[in-house]
Write a protein that binds this ligand. Structure first.
Ligand code: 4AZ
Length: 279
């Protein structure tokens, strides 16, 4: 495991992933899966967060966990927000339109339960052209689906000035990502309760200038626990951070997962709305 990394990777290691799944299904790490989560989380049913979708390509990531490699948040019946870095060439092996089986999965708690929920093809992917993989600024993309998601799958976005962004407030992050920071991918959806943190916490943790990203308070949101323990991790990228029932963030980056002094960094949804002219 790399101790320091600029996270910006979805699941770029399908083989490590397959090994982790084997370990989980063999039961050797089942207790870890049972009591941790995202990092420090708990299991949730897909019906409790119907706007949390999995991004999938079995061609690219293998079929065991339904091809899941990132998360996404449904903000319209045919519109899903995710992270731009999930659409990177080094994640997908080429531009998204070349990934013929790129889909979102809705209504499936357990990625091993291939028949649960629905798989909906991605018709087109718009990747923010201003995304900068060094600072991590602008890490979002908009997926347009070939068919609508089921009714009730959409979450409202918190506009600029919404109290849901206030530091100290409770928020929840959802995903199928690494539960330990060591490449242990669960098959079931999980969630972790975190807090919205002051921008200063992430400005201190991520001042920029090195190989790590740079925290930009205008377009990013800082969340987690200063003592660590609850956080998003690899494979959760693009997925939702929700407060007061509204979408406030998309999982983007951080150093490591759940480490004290290194909170999670999210794309700030109000700034995505501003950039897209959605208001
Ligand atoms: C990742 O690798 C990643 N702790 C996403 C979020 C966080 C860390 C890593 C936040 O995609």
């Amino acid at each position: 495991m790399r101790m320091r990394r600029r996270l910006v990777r979805a699941l770029v290691r399908p083989l490590a992933l397959a090994a982790a799944v084997t370990a989980l299904s063999a039961g050797s790490t089942a207790s870890v899966a049972a009591d941790r989560a995202v990092i420090g989380g708990f299991p949730v049913d897909a019906s409790q967060s119907p706007w949390t979708v999995a991004l999938s390509s079995r061609d690219r990531f293998g079929g065991t966990r339904s091809g899941q490699f990132c998360g996404g948040a449904a903000v319209g019946r045919t519109t899903v927000l995710t992270a731009a870095h999930c659409m990177d060439r080094d994640v997908l092996g080429g531009p998204p339109e070349r990934v013929k089986d790129l889909k979102v999965i809705t209504g499936r708690t357990d990625l091993l339960a291939d028949r649960d929920g629905q798989e909906i093809a991605v018709r087109s992917a718009w990747v923010n052209p201003a995304y900068d993989g060094v600072s991590n600024i602008g890490d979002f993309a908009v997926l347009t689906l070939a068919r609508p998601l089921p009714a009730g799958s959409v979450i409202g976005m918190a506009a600029d000035g919404d109290p849901a962004y206030a530091p100290g407030g409770a928020a929840t992050v959802y995903g199928w990502g690494d539960i330990s920071g060591a490449g242990e991918y669960p098959s079931d959806l999980r969630a972790a309760r975190v807090r919205v943190l002051p921008d200063a916490s992430c400005e201190e943790a991520y001042p920029g200038g090195g190989a790590d990203g740079t925290y930009d308070a205008r377009s990013m949101l800082c969340a987690g626990e200063m003592d660590g323990g609850r956080d998003a991790c690899q494979g959760d990228s693009g997925g939702p951070l929700v407060a007061r029932g509204r979408l406030i963030g998309l999982v983007s980056w951080g150093i490591g997962c759940g480490r004290a002094g290194s909170p999670g960094v999210y794309m700030r949804v109000s700034d995505i709305m501003r950039t897209l002219g959605w208001r």
